[in-house]
Ligand binder design. Structure first.
Ligand SMILES: [Zn+2]
Length: 264
């Protein structure tokens, strides 16, 4: 087997080297899930101070699990790393939708702001859910075997579970078909993950949000017309986009597992 990451790469990964791009980090993570030899190397690569800290944290967690109360739903969500860091962004998303609903009800001659911003609403919390710059537990996550794309998908799902009801309330309050706010949101989320494999999820979310704002939202508000891509018959197109983006993410996951992106 010639696809093991180099010891130097594992060492950089263990140190949380910020110069290591997300794609490479995911590749290492995906490999670590299935390779005990490299997990052993990872354990050795952690400096003694950090290892001592991890040992103490592990002992503390084991004691807590043994003596603490049964897990609640909130604790299960925290295990995916979503709570806390993502909560402010979820609140921002909910506030944005509330403003959009009020705007739409006040300015009835304007195109639907709810439909215009719905595709971008999940992007902020999704980016926050997978940004190493925002993740205080990165070192702990890095030494946990089950991370990588699987964790990204779980975190994304947790974000969607929180965001979709907000969109649903906004869509219901303004009388729009669910296909017109749900499918574009899913399409943009899948697109962020697909593009995120190349440039990092947070950057991908920013690029897509800015592109959509400049190319669609601003012209629509200026011309006071909803664009054709958000018209009633547009849902088949959004379905195709969503499925295609999801397929790209899954195909890329396979590439990461073969570790074809070792860039040290
Ligand atoms: Zn290996």
């Amino acid at each position: 087997m010639t696809t093991h990451p180099t010891p130097a790469l594992i060492s950089r990964y263990a140190e949380g080297d910020t110069g290591l791009d997300d794609a490479t980090a995911w590749a290492v993570e995906a490999h670590l899930e299935s390779c005990a030899a490299c997990r052993a190397l990872l354990a050795d690569a952690v400096d003694p101070g950090t290892r001592d800290l991890l040992d103490r944290v592990a002992a503390g967690i084991a004691t807590g699990i043994a003596t603490g109360p049964a897990p609640t739903r909130h604790r299960r969500l925290r295990r995916t790393g979503v709570t806390g860091r993502v909560l402010p962004w979820l609140l921002t998303a909910a506030t944005l939708m509330l403003v959009a609903v009020l705007f739409e009800r006040t300015f009835v001659s304007m195109p639907s702001l709810v439909l215009l911003i719905a595709p971008m609403v999940p992007l902020l919390p999704v980016a926050a859910a997978w940004s190493r710059r925002l993740d205080p537990a990165w070192e702990l996550m890095a030494t946990t075997p089950r991370t990588g794309l699987w964790l990204l998908l779980r975190r994304t799902l947790a974000v969607l579970v929180a965001v979709v009801p907000v969109l649903a309330v906004a869509g219901w309050g303004t009388g729009h078909s669910p296909a017109l706010w749900l499918l574009p949101s899913l399409g943009f989320t899948a697109g962020t993950l697909a593009l995120g494999g190349l440039v990092g999820v947070d950057r991908a979310a920013l690029v897509l949000a800015v592109t959509w704002s400049v190319a669609v939202v601003a012209p629509s508000l200026a011309s006071r017309q909803l664009p054709a891509i958000l018209a009633d018959g547009s849902w088949p197109g959004w379905t195709v986009v969503t499925v295609a983006m999801a397929a790209v993410v899954l195909l890329r996951a396979g590439e990461y597992r073969r570790l074809g992106v070792d860039r040290t």
